[in-house]
Write a protein that binds this ligand. Sequence first.
Ligand code: 8OZ
Length: 366
Amino acid sequence: MTQNSLFDPARMGDLDLPNRVLMAPLTRNRANADGTPGDLAETYYAQRASAGLIVSEATQISPTAKGYLDTPGIHSTAQADGWRKITGAVHAAGGRIFCQLWHVGRISHVSLLPEGRQPEAPSAIRANAKTFTAEGFQDCSEPHAMSSERIKDVIEDYRHAAQMASDAGFDGIEVHGANGYLLDQFLQDGTNKRDDEYGGSVENRMRLLGQVIDSVAEVWPKGRIGLRLSPLGQAGDISDSAPEALFTRVYQDISERNLAYLHVVEGFPGGDDDANSAAMIKRLRGVYSGFYIANGGYEGDSAAEVIGSGQADAVAFGRPFIANPDLPERLRTGAALNEPDGTTFYGGGAEGYTDYPFLSKAEQVA
Ligand code: 8OZ
């Protein structure tokens, strides 16, 4: 059996990828106040077009789906027009880009939402977490529990955003089911105390995720829809009483749906993941039969290993892609990597965004 390398092409859903070094979704807080992408975003994404696939930064599906300052949306015509320039620039540079569709649920603050709106969540349980607002970091606001009517509206908001992503020229979409945001809040029982068809049993808690996938599948073929999950539940004050049982069932369901991929946050860089967490991630991995993207603290060597051993089909890199627009070429040639500067991750201008250097011709090794 031949072993795959990071630099082998891959068939992912309906799409051919030239390599398996993918760019993870990265929140950069440089969008305009109306949710249109900032002017530099076109350069930023086009610089990174050598990725096997770019997944866009998390992009809100509606005004009530927003939870941080200066994140982009994909619900208005102006936003889709802004994104069309970016997808065009990525395609012109030879790349592929999916739009990550995002609803933050309770991880928000009233100052970021339409006048008079509270964050919305499965249950009225405030997150013990902070979000970033015009006044700096603030505690998340008290959410209200969504009515069944409101859930229907949100499912429609996903379909509408999926349509806008198609109009904007994206190659596909990734449903953000990870990191303690709305869909994860429905999945996990620390945040979901509902007693209707969306709460209680694992099947009920999975219902919204399934309906959202069905809804975006009215616009996109299954082979152009990915899903991101984070079974370790490390972000956004999320918790579940039996996470392995829950995510085993979710992975089974996603396998049966034949999506383009499952993208898993297996840990956070510098996180205190223990051997038990790693073992759970590995056991869950065995449950999923489709294209699997691993993410979370990978470097060139560990990525090559996880692909070579067949544990993953591709690896998504976050921080290394922030600092290295030509990351695939650097990994291929063993060149040195630029170090990411954490002080410019969120907000600001070109510094730490579009000014990381490419390898010079002299540094490019055959
Ligand atoms: C960092 C800062 C704000 C949001 C995620 C969308 O964790 C995010 C995010 C990351 O998925």
